[in-house]
Ligand binder design. Structure first.
Ligand code: 13P
Length: 258
């Protein structure tokens, strides 16, 4: 199982209708039954979570994730979705601190609060980090280090096994596949992420953390990114909604040496 990859589909604010979302989910379910050996996580918008979750009920290879979580106390928070609600419909994963949300809604301290809350409530948490841009001075390493330190410092050891870090450099999101991170730069960054995590949590604990990459991944570059980039999986945006391409992407992740 050491070779099992985690492929996460972040549907963001798509598709627009329940019918379309069910169609995509059923196509994925039917097409990957026979060959998939990876862990697939589908993260639809909140309004479709329940029905998509029903489609994958008792499916060991495909889990459902939410794109955000609310972790405050009490019952009076208009517009929010609680951990309990998510658990009750079978959600197992939660994306936390995606750059779309960090831009206007989620501060570093809120990301930390959500991460601790989600892990404490038993979810597998996908913590998104990543720099806005790169320069020759290497400032992106400082930015990423700050995000990791702010999110995981003092995280208790028993929660680490459910922590996944997704490195999504903002400059690589929503671009052409040729503009995804270069695998060798990704390799360097994953070593750096693990070193920062290890300084905070200790080497043994840091090694348990799965690291994913996200940003303009397609069926064509997925394999190389995983193999040469030294990652445990991928966080996919647009390509996860093009079912045929997404299936090909999962297939290509089945044949890897890493
Ligand atoms: P794209 O794959 O569309 O670039 O989006 C990446 C992303 O933000 C996934 O969370």
């Amino acid at each position: 199982m050491a070779n099992t990859k985690i492929i996460v589909a972040n549907w963001k604010m798509n598709p627009e209708s329940s019918e379309e979302s069910k169609k995509i989910a059923v196509e994925i379910k039917n097409s990957i039954k026979s060959f998939n050996k990876n862990k697939i996580v589908i993260c639809p918008p909140f309004v479709f979570l329940n029905e998509i979750s029903n489609i994958f009920l008792k499916n060991e290879k495909i889990s459902i994730g939410a794109q955000d979580i609310f972790v405050g106390d009490g019952v009076s928070h208009t517009g929010e979705i609680s951990s309990e609600m998510l658990k009750n419909i079978g959600v197992k994963y939660v994306i936390i601190g995606h750059s779309d949300r960090r831009e206007s809604l989620d501060s570093d301290s809120l990301v930390r609060e959500k991460l601790f809350g989600a892990l404490k409530d038993g979810f597998k948490a996908i913590l998104c980090i990543g720099e806005k841009e790169r320069n020759e001075h290497g400032d992106h390493f400082h930015e990423v280090k700050g995000q990791i330190e702010s999110a995981i410092t003092k995280l208790s050891k028993n929660l680490i096994k459910n922590l996944i870090i997704a490195y999504e450099p903002i400059w690589a999101i929503g671009k052409k596949e040729s503009e995804a991170v270069k695998p060798e730069d990704l390799h360097e960054m994953t070593i750096f992420i693990r070193r920062v995590a290890s300084d905070i949590l200790g080497i043994k604990e840091a090694e348990k953390i799965k690291i994913l990459y996200g940003g303009s991944v397609t069926k064509n570059n997925a394999k190389e990114i995983i193999e040469k980039g030294n990652v445990d999986g991928l966080l996919i945006g647009r390509e996860s909604l093009k079912t045929e391409n997404f299936i090909k992407l999962i297939k290509s992740a089945n044949h890897m040496d890493r």
